[in-house]
Every structure is written in C-alpha cells, then in structure tokens.
Design a protein around this ligand. Structure first.
Ligand code: SF4
Length: 350
C-alpha cells in the first residue's frame, strides 16, 4: 500500500469528531483554520460554536463592526487574525460575490491567509491537491524521510512541500491533509511519538533507525522580551478609566487600563502617576497593588501589576480614552491580562 492509502485507512477509522468537519463549507474551514493557528483544538471549539451562531455566513460577518468581531475573538489572542479575517471576508463579499475562491493562489492573496490555510481550504472544500503544511506536517515528514536539517529553514520546508506533493492523492486530498493533522495531534507528537499506534511505521526512516525522538531538528528559539508594566485602576463616580491601544502594533485596537512601561520597578507609583497625568489628564494618588499577572505573547512577556488609584481631579479625556461603568467593562475587547482584571472588577462591583 502507498503512504497515502495507509494513512487514509487509519484516518477513516480514527478521525477526530470536530465541529468544523460537519461539512466542507469553505468559509467555515477558513474560520476554523485561522482560529486553530497557535491555539489548541479544545480551546477553539467553544469560540467556533459562538462565532458560527453569530456569523454563520461571510455576508453576515462582513457587516459586523471590528469591535464586535474582536469581542467574539477575545481570549483567543493574536488579534490581528480576527482583523484580517474580517477584511478578507469583506473582500470575498465585494469581489467574489460572497463565495470563497477555489484557487489556492487566489485564496492565499486574501489578508491573513498563508500557504497552509490556503492549502487546507482548497483541499478540504474544493478537493484540490494542495498541500497544507504546518508544524505537524513538517515534524511527521522530517521523521518519515529522516530530514536532519533545521526545520525552520526554507530549504527544509521546500523539501517537505515537494514530498507532500508527491504523496498527496488526487482523489481525496482534503482527507489526506486532515489525516496528517490528526496523526500529528495524536500519534506523531512532538515529544516521544507514539509509534506503536502509527499506521506508517513500515515507511518511517526515523523509526527504522530508532532516532524519531531526535527529529525534527530545531535551532533554539529566542526568549521573549520581558516588559515590566504598571497599570492604574481609577474609579470615579462609579466608572473606571480605560483606553484603547493604538491601531497598529501589539494588541492593536484592544482596550486596557492605562499603563506605563517601567524603567525602574521601584518607581512604579511615581511613573504611573506621571503617565496618568501626561497621557490621560487625571491626577491620582497611586495606592496598593491589587492584581499581578505574567502573560507571554510570541515575542514579549508582560510582567504587569495593577494598582488601585484614588482619583483627585482631572481634565477632559483625550481621544481613545473613556470612563466605563462596571456593566460596560464586558462590552469591549480587552488586551491580554486586562481582561482578567476587568472581569474581576465587574464581579466586585455587582
Ligand atoms: S513511526 Fe513514529 S516517528 Fe514515524 S511517523 Fe509514525 S509516529 Fe512518527
């Protein structure tokens, strides 16, 4: 039997029952694949269900505001994915009459859609023999064919693409790609692959040489940059001071309690007080630390403390700054750990 036949035989007996596999609607596959980037399947299920209840078609999503879309994405992280999805769906409605194109290259021209997602959509929704190569596939093929080069290098990726193209079947390429996803999730896992459960042991060079634990080869990753922050919780007249982050950069457009990046952790109170006046035009006394979180993004790690502040006086608020009541705290999309604090404050005030 060929590699594809062995893999598909296994897949048809072991495929995961996932909500986005109920049909082959290209829009639904697109949404699920974008949600699944950098996110565990179990975490995505609830988000996907709520999303499809609210935005079941490209046309309905295209009419939603960015703020609402971010709200439905809140907690999944990497918010540029949601923004790109909205922009891409608007393009599909405006240019392609609401139907996601079938051609892999055209799909890839949509905002936020990379080679992997385009391949997944083209193969699953339209039966095109397009590879969908993510970290799982790179790992599986580097083991199957004993590739000893760094998996992050373009030359290694090109080699894996060539191998997948050689093995992807013309009949059911979508199933082949999904079978690789499932094999990577449950059997050919990153640490200690479960070769005793694998349908491909007879074809696997790494298994034959008993070096599967040493592959794939990866150059060490850079550590995320540590950023120490102090944020102010200012309650005035039953409302909290909040502001919206800039339209570009990390967590663009999300909401937060006003914060300052500290140059000297000992001086948190004075630096926060100065920032609240300079950037929000509010005079406060900085009180005690109420909450503290460490939050890791892909390239940054926030060490952020939230201080209760006593409001003294203030001028008119600058743009992108607002007072929100405890009830309103749940109506905006929050940046990272600010969400946990907003939830805690809303509970405290009710
Ligand atoms: S035999 Fe082991 S290492 Fe090879 S593909 Fe299967 S699970 Fe991965």
């Amino acid at each position: 039997m060929t590699l594809a036949a062995q893999l598909l035989d296994w897949y048809y007996k072991n495929a995961r029952d996932l909500p986005w596999r109920k049909d082959t609607d290209a829009y639904k596959i697109w949404v699920s694949e974008i949600m699944l980037q950098q996110t565990r399947v179990e975490a995505v299920k609830g988000y996907y269900k709520r999303w499809m209840e609210r935005f079941p078609t490209p046309e309905i999503l295209a009419q939603a505001s960015e703020q609402e879309v971010l709200h439905y994405w809140q907690g999944l992280g990497y918010y540029s994915r949601a923004r790109n999805l909205l922009t891409g769906v608007k393009e599909v409605c405006a240019v392609y009459n609401g139907k996601v194109p079938a051609d892999e290259a055209v799909i890839q021209s949509l905002p936020g859609v990379g080679e992997y997602t385009a391949g997944a959509i083209a193969s699953i929704a339209y039966n095109r023999p397009a590879p969908a190569i993510d970290g799982n596939v790179l790992r599986i093929f580097s083991r199957l064919f004993c590739l000893r080069e760094d998996i992050a290098r373009q030359t290694t990726k090109r080699e894996v693409r060539r191998l997948v193209q050689r093995h992807i079947p013309g009949q059911c390429p979508g199933d082949f790609n999904q079978a690789l996803m499932d094999l990577g999730a449950a059997v050919c896992i990153p640490l200690r692959p479960r070769c005793q459960l694998c349908p491909l042991t007879n074809l696997c060079k790494a298994y034959e040489l008993d070096i599967q634990d040493t592959l794939p080869v990866r150059a060490p990753k850079k550590q995320p940059l540590l950023v120490v922050l102090a944020a102010g919780l200012i309650l005035y007249n039953g409302h909290y001071l909040v502001r919206q982050r800039p339209e570009t950069g990390l967590l663009a457009g999300m909401w937060e309690f006003p914060a300052v990046e500290l140059t000297d952790e000992q001086a948190a109170a004075s630096e926060l007080k100065e920032t609240l006046w300079q950037e929000c035009r509010q005079q406060v006394n900085v009180g005690t630390r109420q909450y503290h979180y460490i939050h890791t993004f892909s390239h940054r790690k926030w060490d952020i403390a939230f201080y209760e502040c006593q409001w003294l006086s203030g001028e008119a608020l600058p743009e992108r700054t607002a007072w929100l009541s405890a009830d309103e705290l749940s109506t905006v999309p929050w940046a990272g750990p600010h969400h946990k604090v907003a939830v805690a404050l809303a509970v405290r005030e009710t």
